[in-house]
Ligand binder design. Structure first.
Ligand code: CA
Length: 90
């Protein structure tokens, strides 16, 4: 996570795991990333693996958008899949 990315737009980086774990990587090696919709919105105030919420066999993630809508905040639940794509969250 880098909630200061691009004047605090924020970005969360996702690295796919494997049975042998995750090799040491840099953010440039991220498999997928999510970016905040506007500067100062602070996407990535937290991010966590929240298990398989919808029981489809893929782990899902929760991403905090701490300053969304003038500080009201928002939490995104991203369902995992084998076709997850990078995008801006709005
Ligand atoms: Ca799931």
């Amino acid at each position: 996570m880098n909630r200061l990315y691009d004047s605090s737009r924020g970005r969360v980086y996702v690295f796919y795991g494997s049975s042998s774990g995750i090799a040491s990587k840099t953010v440039a090696d991220a498999d997928v990333f999510f970016t905040g919709e506007s500067q100062l919105s602070g996407l990535g105030s937290y991010g966590l693996d929240c298990g398989d919420i919808n029981k489809d066999g893929f782990d899902d993630i929760a991403i905090g958008h701490g300053y969304f809508d003038s500080g009201k905040g928002r939490v995104y639940i991203i369902y995992g899949s084998d076709t997850l794509e990078s995008k801006t969250l709005d």
